[in-house]
Design a protein around this ligand. Structure first.
Ligand code: HEM
Length: 355
């Protein structure tokens, strides 16, 4: 005998809805790392980044919006005293790079980006390579990948309300109090009105080794020659979605743009392995070279699209430290890279560009 259809008002009619709610709750719990593998892995970090917005196949899971850039790096005489890396003795090294906005939306409006990124690939004539990825913040949000992951998971909307759960973020801040410093910085820091006058900071510490084998812990930054001008709230409100690329094109049409690369040296007791703590401004610094950018082009057609700016691809003479965030970055970027390249190879990528 056939099963009779559920009657109006029967609890069976609610079953599909209950199943959808349960599936959403499970997905939320999985992305947040509450079920399954409870540890933080490169995969859970990328899952969380993906859950923070709509899918954009073929794009980076963070810093999705970008512009390819090309230029050269010319070292100062002081640089070769600090490290045997060929980039500091070769007269000039070609640079392929990328400016980016954080987040996983390659079409995000530029006026929503409080942070901007600069990534560089420097290939020297000895076949070695240095990949660098810096941001405009002066220190990182968290001391550890776990803190960063907990913060990002707490920003995801709770399926019950469609909004992030404030109690969850409060618990994260209680457990990782250093994140409060970063939040205060993001709230108050002025936004530069151009990529050309933005300072970019490496934030993680590295080690330079000189010809005598002496090691020095450093953090690097790129300091613009173009004077800083803060964007006014009015300018930001009315800015075009892609105003950063348009501004860059305009400036590059008038001439090259330059940044000095400055090394800051740690003193005894400075936190080498904690990128959430800036070292005092009074620490000694040395300019090791000048970056000159001559060209920008959309990432859709530029050579930077299929690059992974893994911060642990380093030449001899420059080494990583035991900073756990630095090591997490390397493995997380490779998961993002694998996923986006697979999508491109399967023809699933969107044909997007920053402009
Ligand atoms: C655990 C901490 C971090 C995580 C999980 C993370 C995650 C990511 C991911 C998934 C990407 C995309 C990689 C790709 O597909 O090629 C990315 C790109 C980037 N990240 Fe991070 N990141 C972290 C920390 C940092 C820090 C400390 C900085 C700089 C100080 C930074 C600067 C950048 C920049 C500039 C890019 C864009 C590189 C490009 O143009 O391809 N990130 N990050």
């Amino acid at each position: 005998m056939p099963t009779p259809p559920p009657r109006r008002g029967s609890p069976l009619l609610l079953l599909p809805i209950a199943l959808i709610v349960a599936a959403l709750a499970l997905l939320f719990a999985w992305v947040g790392g509450w079920i399954g593998n409870r540890g933080v892995t490169p995969q859970t970090m990328i899952n969380t980044a993906e859950a923070s917005g709509s899918p954009h196949p073929g794009f980076r899971r963070a810093h999705s919006k970008g512009i390819c850039i090309t230029g050269t790096f010319v070292p100062t005489a002081a640089a070769a005293q600090l490290s045997t890396a060929r980039v500091f003795s070769q007269a000039s090294t070609p640079v392929l790079g990328r400016f980016s906005n954080p987040g996983n939306d390659p079409y995000s409006p530029d006026n929503k980006a409080a942070v901007r990124g600069m990534a560089l690939q420097l290939k020297t004539d000895d076949g070695q390579e240095w990949r660098v990825a810096m941001n405009s913040f002066p220190f990182f949000a968290s001391s550890t990948p776990e803190g960063f992951q907990a913060m990002n998971a707490a920003k995801l909307p709770d399926p019950a309300t469609g909004k992030p759960d404030p109690a969850r973020m409060a618990a994260v801040l209680a457990r990782y109090p250093e994140i409060k410093n970063f939040m205060a910085w993001s709230k108050n820091a002025p936004t530069p009105d151009s990529l050309a006058n933005t300072r970019f900071n490496g934030v993680n510490a590295f080690r330079l080794t000189d010809a005598n084998g002496t090691d020095r812990a450093v953090r690097w930054s790129m300091r613009p020659h173009t004077p800083f001008v803060a964007a006014t709230p009015e300018q930001l409100k009315n800015a075009d979605r892609d105003y950063l690329a348009a501004d860059l094109d305009r400036r590059l049409a008038a001439g090259p743009l330059q940044w000095d690369m400055v090394m800051q040296f740690a003193a005894g007791g400075d936190p080498i392995e904690d990128p959430s703590k800036a070292w005092p401004d009074t620490r000694p610094e040395t300019t090791v070279g000048t970056l000159t950018l001559v060209r920008a082009e959309p990432q859709a057609t530029g050579a930077c699209l299929n690059l992974n700016f893994d911060p642990l691809i380093l030449p001899k003479g420059i080494a990583g430290t035991d900073d756990p965030v630095l090591h997490a970055r390397s493995s997380v970027y490779s998961v993002s890279f694998n996923r986006r390249e697979r999508e491109i190879s399967q023809g699933k990528a969107q044909n997007g560009s920053a402009r």
